[in-house]
Design a protein around this ligand. Structure first.
Ligand code: 5AD
Ligand code: SF4
Length: 459
């Protein structure tokens, strides 16, 4: 077995998918560090490789399968190498994984990471090791994440787990279980530690942050049975956000993801009131057609979404807004697609994430709706929304030219070691020539030029 000089086994975690998965990998890393393992960037020479996986679209799963395939050679070279699958694919496929992918030794779902040391002991004695039990109260609140791939400036802080929304296209409620919120005391503790270590920015994470609700623990859906006292002393997302903004004035605060149905006016007023809360809202809409929203089980109409957008622009005039949109959902007609383009023209988003519908086994849409938009049409519609988004992004970014932005320097620009790169309040990437600044500085940058994704400036 390959071991380090201090006799610790080496492990590597490779993460796919959303920010939540990256945050979870930091929790897993902390658990392993405290159980005699040592983190390594060099997965080829590790004793244990863990893949933290994503199931959101079929393509995400295929990427993981390909990676697993590539480990066959490694296992031949090193018969002691163990391979584990974590995250959403582990939860979705469970024991089946061990049969389908013979090189996998360990399968662990998102709520079972505390069990990894026990499971690894089982693996060592040649047993199958699977734990995919979903939990009502696991938030890993007491675990101090190991920031193994961090830039030391910006960190994720998870505040909720799971999702209760049951959008018909989405696998997440099945892979990450019911929604629960994390104890605010442990959130504050984690942020205090980050501040003391020199971090300058945090992003509060959850599948649906606006529905954060702390009433002493338990599932969000059980709140209705809580005592009067629990209800009176409960903490909503807007209150949590304000508490953090007031207590950590020296840090920039971001959050994601918001669901239009849960975003309250209070959140907007708290954002407007506190300078250190970044002015950016990621507000997935998925489609511009009420018919499609209904089939998706989204709980708002386009009229209500537009009202919310108007309110955001009124209360926070300089707010950046981004989106997620799916093209080719079952029964999406040409007219529904046009309505999506119309909505984009109404909002003029700063940026967005756009996807072709991918049917996920087990979801309500897969059971009830035929995936009936031909691949070619899905792709053409996707191209059209990407083209329109690029136009809007370019136009919106052009508006910054000649103005000044506050930018938190994150790292050297990938394209040139002579340039810094960071993000402005609205979450837009800014690059500018280095002077005598350092990563972590908050600097005032004059914007001189733009592309559709980046602002180019000078200090
Ligand atoms: N197919 C395509 N896109 C999906 N998303 C979620 N599920 C699917 C699916 N089955 C997209 C949504 C969501 C984002 C995280 O991923 O737009 O907001
Ligand atoms: Fe992928 Fe969703 Fe799981 Fe994140 S929560 S890893 S996006 S399936």
């Amino acid at each position: 077995m390959l071991t380090t000089v201090d006799n610790k086994k080496k492990y590597s975690i490779i993460t796919y998918g959303c920010q939540m998965n990256f945050s979870d990998s930091e929790i897993v890393s902390s658990i392993l560090d405290n159980n005699g393992y040592k983190s390594s960037d060099d997965y080829i020479n590790s004793d244990l490789i863990l893949l933290n996986t994503c199931s959101i679209r079929e393509k995400a799963e295929l990427t993981v399968r390909k990676k697993l395939e590539s480990f066959k050679k490694l296992k031949k070279k090193n018969s002691n190498l163990k391979v584990g699958v974590l995250g959403c694919m582990a939860e979705r496929l469970k024991e089946k994984f061990l049969i389908e992918e013979k090189i996998v030794d360990l399968v662990v779902g998102p709520d079972a990471y505390r069990d990894i040391p026990n499971l690894l002991r089982e693996v060592e004695v040649g047993n199958n090791a699977v734990n995919v039990i979903l939990s009502k109260d696991e938030t890993y609140g007491d675990i101090d994440p190991s920031r193994f791939s961090s830039n030391g400036i910006s960190a994720f802080v998870s505040i909720t787990r799971g999702c209760d929304n049951m959008c018909t296209f989405c696998v997440v409620p099945f892979t990450r279980g019911r929604e629960r919120s994390r104890d605010p005391k442990s959130i504050i503790q984690e942020i205090s530690k980050l501040r003391d270590e020199g971090y300058r920015e945090i992003t509060l994470l959850g599948q649906n942050v606006d529905s954060y609700l702390w009433y002493g623990g338990g599932l969000k859906k059980d709140y209705k049975n809580a005592s009067e006292l629990q209800k009176k002393t409960s903490l909503s997302f807007s209150k949590l956000l304000e508490l953090i903004a007031v207590n950590f004035k020296e840090m920039r605060i971001r959050f994601t993801t918001s669901n239009p149905q849960d975003m309250s006016d209070n959140v907007l007023t708290v954002m407007a009131k506190h300078k250190n809360i970044c002015k950016h809202i990621h507000l997935p809409v998925q489609s511009g057609s009420d018919k499609i929203l209904k089939l998706m089980n989204r709980k708002h109409t386009i009229g209500e979404y537009k009202e919310l957008i108007d309110k955001i622009k009124k209360i926070i005039p300089n707010c950046g807004i981004s989106h997620d949109i799916i093209t080719g959902f079952p029964n999406e007609s040409e007219n529904d697609h046009k309505m999506t383009l119309e909505l984009m023209n109404y909002v003029k988003y700063d940026f967005g994430f756009m996807f072709k519908y991918s049917e996920r086994p087990g979801t309500l849409a897969s059971k009830k709706l035929k995936d009936n938009v031909p691949e070619k049409i899905k792709q053409r519609r996707l191209n059209e929304i990407i083209d329109l988004q690029q136009k809007h992004s370019y136009f919106n970014l052009k508006n910054y030219v000649g103005k000044n932005c506050e930018v938190l320097i994150e790292k050297e620009s990938k394209k040139s070691s002579q340039y810094w790169c960071g993000r402005n309040d609205q979450n837009i990437m800014v690059v500018f020539p280095k002077k005598n600044q350092k990563a972590g500085d908050l600097v005032n940058i004059k914007i001189d030029d733009n592309t559709s994704t980046t602002l180019i400036g000078s200090s």
